[in-house]
Design a protein around this ligand. Sequence first.
Ligand SMILES: Nc1ncnc2c1ncn2[C@@H]1O[C@H](COP(=O)(O)OP(=O)(O)OP(=O)(O)O)[C@@H](O)[C@H]1O
Length: 252
Amino acid sequence: MTTATTTRHAAGVADAVKVYGSGDTAVRALDGVSVGFPAGRFTAIMGPSGSGKSTLMHCAAGLDTLTSGVAFIGDTPLSTLDDRRLTLLRRDRVGFVFQAFNLIPTLTVAENITLPLDLAGTKGSREWIDALVDVVGLRDRLHHRPAELSGGQQQRVAVARAFAGRPDVVFADEPTGNLDSRSGEEVLNLLGRAVRRMDRTVVMVTHDPVAAAHADEVVFLADGRLVDRMESPTADKVLDRMKAFDAKGGRS
Ligand SMILES: Nc1ncnc2c1ncn2[C@@H]1O[C@H](COP(=O)(O)OP(=O)(O)OP(=O)(O)O)[C@@H](O)[C@H]1O
């Protein structure tokens, strides 16, 4: 059982620099970020538009590479892996939830949920999948296709799929961006439950202070740097912190 005071990190980056382009047009999207995402916790990444949130998430998840510095999943530095091993690591140890649910339209809900396991050629744990189906509240929809579900239900399928293989960490990129506030709230509660009741780890990029308030901790980026962290956030406290960025033109 992981406690809130653990220092074990499910993922993170150290001295992370990411430069897009070169010469006059080079953009330093990450400018020396070091941050660990504690195992068994829900961390939100916030910051003004263009501050580097997506870049940080993509590099930490092994979807993109750093210009310098280290990204790691568990104890594995991603730069030590060749393409094949990186693909396997992403498949076996990382889950993703995107803004646009990205379900396979021709597969049923049940088939979408177990897709990562089927691709990996494993059955996974029947009990785990069963428990997930109950947590996301989709038992009566298992044989439906995505088009027969609401947006909120589709995102709940995507959440179940992300956790199906019991990955070390699930990265969620604006998971409520396409949802109304009630469905968004359900998805956020679900991510919170997965962390607190099922001992999972979630890292979520969001623009929304209400969404960030579901996390255990918020890390704030500005101009490619980590500028603040907030434990036990509330929507009001996060909003105030974001307003301070606006007032100072981005940098805290
Ligand atoms: N592929 C790319 N090529 C060039 N520049 C990029 C690329 N991706 C991102 N950038 C730049 O890097 C910086 C950080 O972008 P990033 O998307 O990480 O920020 P963000 O905080 O996620 O923004 P938003 O909240 O608007 O999604 C921005 O200046 C952006 O224009």
